[in-house]
Design a protein around this ligand. Structure first.
Ligand SMILES: Cc1ncc(COP(=O)(O)O)c(C=O)c1O
Length: 461
């Protein structure tokens, strides 16, 4: 291994066997799945890079903590252990668990919508966040910086907001119609790209000037803090904990899918800085939606594992290794000339399938076609982030065209070795070499909503 990648700060003491089925079997499984990777069975996948959400490995400290779970319906000791850790990390006054990120969203987002026609503004809404904004009767407006669309060129903080677009959006919609500003850190949809501290600070200054609440959608806040430490002037000598505290100091609310930087297989969090009224509204609402406020849809043992995982994810050795394994795969692909979102972000390598297969039009889903080839080549499952995911315009029913046709190779935490990643790079190189032969897809069944999960396809002739 080249020496400029960090070594894993752990050794393996439990293994889960995986198996590569034959090439013939893979072809058959692909047909049975209707050419949709979501429909493949896990047992037919060799290396699963569909998501980093809830797919990581827990430490022995977390497994030990599970045994301490207090399964009381109300007032569980596990809740208080979790609350202590979340308060220490965020400095916020109020904490509630949720079953996962979207659970936290469904509780908090409707409380911020005061009248019809309101908007949330974000650098980029994650898809479930967008769905909850819309379910609450509001609109989701994205104001990502233009650098995120310039895939091959380095920019240290491609996850940033475009500040002038943000201010213009507030003025255009009117401050009284903005329900909240959502800072997605890291910015998943554009490649797990980080948001700089300067940008976070300025976004929050703008929000406070207009008296708008700021919400950190922080599934990967620890990875974001690591990038700030590595790339932003003035932060090299600050600890990850100090950086994280500064991020939270600027904002008002924290929503988290703990399945990422909580290092657990299930869990979510709501933390509110000081708005007691908002907290009380959420407390009332969480009961029918997620559960009593001291468990919010989680078992006591889940809360204990999360309390430990949150601290482990802030460990600098862990973060260095984590970000480096993603960079390692990105570097191997770039060496082979495969176009990716550069630099790599925190949780995944995003391959530019629009550039790789220009012969496939957007509405024949180039990134799904490449993902399928990667499965056929090596039993590797990836996911499309492109025009299939975008769906259709609700009025015209036309396919929406994504700005980028990306295949996301998402790296679960503490799960695969660099040998596995070398294999992924080898397989993708073979697919890249035959890229001109790859054909697009057409629907045999198109699901009416969230179509990427359950639609079925066949290759175009
Ligand atoms: C930025 C972001 N927000 C929210 C969510 C939703 O979280 P969950 O999948 O735990 O419901 C995700 C999940 O991937 C995410 O990446």
């Amino acid at each position: 291994m080249p020496s400029n990648y960090s070594l894993p700060p752990f050794r393996i003491k439990m293994v889960e066997p995986i198996r590569l089925i034959s090439s013939q079997e893979r072809s058959q499984k692909m047909i049975e799945a209707g050419y949709n990777p979501f429909a493949l069975l896990s047992e037919d996948v060799f290396i699963d890079l569909l998501t980093d959400s809830g797919t990581g490995a827990m430490s022995h400290f977390q497994w030990a903590a599970l045994m301490m779970g207090d399964e009381a319906y109300a007032g569980s000791a596990s809740y208080f252990r979790l609350e202590r850790v979340v308060k220490e990390i965020t400095g916020y006054g109020f904490v509630m668990p949720a079953h996962q990120g979207r659970g936290a969203e469904q509780v908090v987002i409707p409380q911020l919508v005061r009248h019809p026609g309101m908007v949330f503004i974000s650098n980029m809404h994650f898809d479930t966040t967008r769905a909850h904004v819309e379910l609450a009767g509001a609109h989701a407006v994205d104001t990502a910086c233009p650098e995120c669309l310039d895939l091959p060129h380095f920019h240290p903080f491609k996850g940033n907001f475009d500040l002038s677009k943000l201010e213009k959006a507030i003025l255009d919609y009117g401050r009284e119609n903005v329900a909240g500003i959502i800072l997605t850190v890291t910015n998943n949809a554009v490649g797990g790209q980080p948001v700089s501290m300067e940008n976070i600070k300025k976004v929050c200054e703008i929000a406070h000037r207009f008296q708008i609440k700021t919400i950190i959608d922080g599934a990967r806040y620890a990875e974001n803090a690591f990038f700030i430490q590595q790339r932003e002037p003035g932060y090299q000598n600050r600890s990850i904990m100090e950086i994280v505290r500064e991020m939270f100091d600027y904002a008002d609310v924290f929503l988290m899918s703990a399945k990422k930087d909580g290092l657990v297989n299930i869990g979510g969090l709501i933390a509110i800085k000081e708005d007691r009224e908002l907290f009380q509204k959420c407390q009332t609402y969480i009961v029918p939606m997620e559960g009593f406020p001291t468990y919010g849809g989680l078992a006591g043992r889940d809360m204990d594992a999360l309390a430990v995982g949150l601290k482990e994810a802030l460990d600098i050795d862990y973060l260095r290794y984590r970000i480096d394994e993603v960079r390692y795969l990105g570097d191997r692909l770039r060496e082979a000339g495969i176009p990716i979102q550069y630099p790599t972000g925190g949780h995944a390598v995003f391959v530019d399938c629009g550039a790789m297969c220009p012969q496939i039009p957007y509405d024949e889903f180039p990134a799904v076609a490449v993902s399928n080839e990667l499965y056929l080549e090596g039993g590797i499952r990836a996911v499309e982030i492109g025009s299939l995911l975008m769906g259709r315009d609700p009025e015209t029913r036309k396919n929406r065209k994504s700005d980028m046709e990306l295949m996301r190779l998402t790296i679960p935490r503490r799960t695969y070795t660099l040998q596995h990643l070398d294999y992924v790079a080898e397989c993708l190189k073979k697919v890249y070499d035959r890229r001109q032969e790859i054909r697009g897809l057409e629907f045999t069944y198109e699901a009416p909503v969230l179509r990427h999960f359950t639609s079925r396809f066949r290759p175009k002739n």
